[in-house]
Design a protein around this ligand. Structure first.
Ligand SMILES: *[C@@H]1O[C@H](CO)[C@@H](O)[C@H](O)[C@H]1NC(C)=O
Ligand SMILES: *[C@@H]1O[C@H](CO)[C@@H](O)[C@H](O)[C@H]1NC(C)=O
Ligand SMILES: *[C@@H]1O[C@H](CO)[C@@H](O)[C@H](O)[C@H]1NC(C)=O
Ligand SMILES: *[C@@H]1O[C@H](CO)[C@@H](O)[C@H](O)[C@H]1NC(C)=O
Ligand SMILES: *[C@@H]1O[C@H](CO)[C@@H](O)[C@H](O)[C@H]1NC(C)=O
Ligand SMILES: *[C@@H]1O[C@H](CO)[C@@H](O)[C@H](O)[C@H]1NC(C)=O
Ligand SMILES: [Ca+2]
Length: 521
C-alpha cells in the first residue's frame, strides 16, 4: 500500500493508470482460479505496448505470435474442462484502453488454433477479446478420433464456453460488465457466428460472419466429391492448373462484362451460366484446349451435387472462383477426408475414394448440430441482435451460392421478405474477394487486419456492426477497396458491395474505378 501511494505521487496520470492496471492483471490469475469452476488458469500477464510477445505455436498448422503490439493489454490464458476427455484452451486479451466492448473471434478450417491475428485486430480497437482453440490443437481432424467430446466442442461448445468465460474475466478485471458484445469470424468462424445466432442468441449484440462453412456436412461432401470429378493427375478427366487458368479466362470472357464493365471481376455470378464447349480442341490436343471429357469435368465442378435420392447436397462452385487448385488438384481434400476418417467412420484407413453412400453415412452421424443451417433466427430477431453476413464471390473453397441459399432459407422459414430481414440480418456479396481475403477485386473491407482499408463504418465491417448496434444505423452497402499491390501503397479502385439480393451494375458512364459510377439494382 505504501509502495503504491509513493508511486502515485511520483508517476504522471497515465503511467499511474497503467501501473495499477498491470498490478490488477498480474493478480487476476489467482482470483480467477477461485472464481471460475472447471478451469485451469494458466497465466495472467501485463503486456505493455512495444513488448516483444512470443507465443509458440501449439501445432505446426497454427499461427504463433512473435511481435510487438502498439497497445497495452492484460493477457489471460486458461483451459476450460468441458467434459471427462475434452477441454478448450482460451485466451482473453484485455486492453488498457478499453471501450467497454467485448468481442469473440472464431476459428478456421478444422482448427484448432487461437486466432491471435483477429484478437489483436479487435484489441487494438479497444475491445476486450476472447479466442479459443475450438477444443483441440491443430488444423486437423485426428483429435476427433474416438473422442465425441472434442467433436462437440468443435460443433458449438468451445465458442460458447469462451464467450461465457471471456465475459466473466472481462468483468473480473475491469470491475464492471461490458456494454455490448460482438463476434467476428470467417469460414469456420462464419459457421460459428451462425451457430451462436441459432443456438445462443443471447451471447452477442452484433455478429460479423464471413464465408460461413455452414451446412458443414454438405460442404465436406462437396469438397471431397471434387476429387471424384477431377480424378488424379494425368487421368483423362484431369485439368492442369494451366488449363484451369484458360478456363477462368474463358469464363471471364463470357461473364465479366455482364455487369457493364470488363475488369476481371464478375459482380453477380448468378447471371453466369458458363459454357466450356467453346474451348474444345479442334483436332489436335494442346495444353490450351479441352477434350470432351475435360469439358465434362468443368461442367460437373460448376454444378450442384445431389445425393442418391436426388436431394441437393450442396450448391455449385460459383463461376469466376479465383482458382480452385486446392480442391481440384487431384488429391483428396484433407479437411474432408479427416472428417470421414475420424468422425464419420472412426477408421483412419478410409482412403478418400468417396461414394454417395459415404455422404449418406455422414448425414447419419451424430455431430452435435455442427451444420448450423437452421433457418429460424427468431432468437436473434427478438433479442435485437444484428447480423452482418458477407461472402466473397471469388471464393474458391466455399461457394458463395451457399450463403444466398441460407439467406433465402431464413426468408422462407421466418416468412420475411428482405425489407423485414433488414431489421436484423443483412447479407453482402463481396465481388472480387476469394476465401475471406485476396482476389482481384475490392476485397479490403476491414474484416481482418490484413483486409483493413480504413476505419469508417462504410469501409469497415467491424465499425459497421458497432454503428448498427449502438447507433441504430444499418449498413446499406460495404465499401471495398482494391490496392495496386500487397503493401497497399496505392488504391486501384473502390466499389460498393451490394446488399443481397441487389446486384452491382456499372452505370455505363463515369470512371469505373470510382464507386460512384456503380449502383445496386
Ligand atoms: C522480436 O522477436 C523476433 C524473434 O524473436 C525478432 O526477429 C524481432 O526483431 C524482435 N522485435 C523487436 C522489436 O525486438
Ligand atoms: C464441471 O464439470 C462437470 C463434469 O464435466 C459438470 O458436471 C459440472 O456441471 C461442471 N460445472 C460447471 C459449473 O460448469
Ligand atoms: C485436454 O484434453 C486432451 C484430450 O483429451 C488431453 O490430451 C489434455 O491433456 C487435456 N489438457 C488438460 C490441461 O486437461
Ligand atoms: C483508445 O482507444 C480509442 C478508441 O478505440 C482511440 O480512439 C484512442 O486513440 C485510444 N487512446 C490511446 C491512448 O491509445
Ligand atoms: C474408387 O472406387 C471405385 C469403386 O467404388 C473404383 O472403381 C475406383 O477405382 C476407385 N478409385 C481409386 C482412385 O481408388
Ligand atoms: C512490400 O514491403 C516490403 C517491406 O516493406 C518489401 O520488402 C516488399 O518488396 C514490398 N512489396 C511490394 C510488392 O511492394
Ligand atoms: Ca466486371
Amino acid at each position: 500500500m505504501k509502495g503504491s501511494l509513493l508511486s502515485q505521487l511520483l508517476l504522471p496520470g497515465t503511467a499511474w493508470a497503467s501501473y495499477t492496471f498491470s498490478k490488477q492483471c498480474s493478480s487476476l490469475a489467482e482470483s480467477l482460479a477461485e472464481e471460475l469452476s472447471n478451469t485451469t488458469v494458466r497465466l495472467s500477464e501485463y503486456v505493455s505496448a512495444g513488448t516483444n510477445l512470443s507465443i509458440p505455436p501449439t501445432h505446426p498448422s497454427c499461427e504463433s505470435v512473435r511481435s510487438a503490439f502498439d497497445f497495452s493489454f492484460c493477457r489471460v490464458a486458461l483451459v476450460a474442462h468441458t467434459g471427462p476427455t475434452s477441454n478448450v484452451s482460451l485466451e482473453t486479451w484485455l486492453p488498457l484502453n478499453w471501450t467497454g466492448r467485448f468481442l469473440s473471434v472464431g476459428n478456421g478450417g478444422l482448427g484448432g488454433c487461437i486466432d491471435y491475428s483477429d484478437m489483436s485486430y479487435a484489441v487494438g480497437r479497444g475491445f476486450a477479446a476472447v479466442g479459443t482453440n475450438n477444443g483441440h490443437d491443430g488444423n486437423i481432424g485426428l483429435p476427433f478420433f474416438n473422442n465425441p467430446g472434442v467433436i462437440e466442442d468443435y460443433a458449438y461448445r468451445a465458442i460458447h464456453t469462451g464467450v461465457v468465460l471471456g465475459k466473466q474475466i472481462t468483468e473480473a478485471l475491469y470491475g464492471k460488465k461490458h456494454t455490448k458484445s460482438y463476434y467476428l469470424g470467417c469460414s469456420t468462424g462464419g459457421r460459428q457466428g451462425f451457430m451462436e445466432a441459432q443456438r445462443f442468441p443471447e451471447d452477442f449484440d452484433g455478429i460479423v460472419a464471413g464465408a460461413p462453412a455452414f451446412d458443414f456436412t454438405g460442404l465436406q461432401a462437396s469438397s471431397a466429391w471434387y476429387y471424384n470429378i477431377v480424378g488424379t493427375p494425368g487421368s483423362p478427366t484431369f485439368l492442369t492448373p494451366q488449363l484451369w487458368r484458360v478456363v477462368l479466362q474463358d469464363t471471364l470472357k463470357q461473364c465479366d462484362g455482364l455487369d457493364g464493365h470488363v475488369d476481371g471481376v464478375i459482380e453477380d455470378p448468378d447471371l453466369c451460366q458458363y459454357r466450356p464447349e467453346g474451348l474444345l480442341c479442334n483436332g489436335e490436343t494442346t495444353t490450351n484446349c479441352l477434350t470432351g471429357i475435360q469439358a465434362d469435368t468443368v461442367r460437373r465442378v460448376y454444378s450442384a451435387l445431389y445425393d442418391k435420392h436426388g436431394e441437393l447436397v450442396y450448391p455449385r462452385m460459383q463461376p469466376g472462383a479465383e482458382s480452385s487448385f486446392i480442391l481440384w488438384n487431384g488429391t483428396p481434400f484433407p479437411y474432408a477426408i479427416d472428417w470421414w476418417k475420424y468422425v464419420v467412420y472412426n477408421d483412419p484407413s478410409f482412403d478418400g475414394n468417396m461414394t454417395l453412400d459415404d455422404i449418406e453415412a455422414a448425414r447419419n452421424t451424430e455431430t452435435y448440430g455442427v451444420d448450423a443451417f437452421e433457418g429460424d433466427l427468431s432468437g436473434v430477431k427478438d433479442r435485437g441482435t444484428k447480423i452482418l453476413h458477407y461472402h466473397g464471390l471469388q471464393d474458391n473453397l466455399i461457394t458463395s451460392d451457399n450463403s444466398a441459399r441460407y439467406y433465402n432459407l431464413v426468408s422462407r422459414t421466418m416468412g420475411l421478405r428482405s425489407d423485414d430481414l433488414d431489421d436484423f440480418y443483412r447479407y453482402f456479396r463481396i465481388s472480387g474477394m476469394a476465401h475471406c481475403s485476396g482476389g482481384t477485386g475490392a476485397y479490403n473491407i476491414g474484416n481482418r487486419l490484413s483486409g483493413l482499408a480504413g476505419e469508417s463504418a462504410e469501409e469497415n465491417v467491424l465499425t459497421a456492426i458497432v454503428q448498427w448496434v449502438e447507433g441504430g444505423e444499418a449498413p446499406e452497402h460495404v465499401l471495398g477497396t482494391a490496392f495496386t499491390d500487397f503493401n497497399k501503397t496505392e488504391i486501384k479502385f473502390r466499389r460498393r458491395h451490394c446488399k443481397y439480393p441487389l446486384r452491382n451494375a456499372y452505370s455505363g458512364s463515369g470512371d469505373p474505378d470510382s464507386a460512384e459510377s456503380w449502383s445496386c439494382v
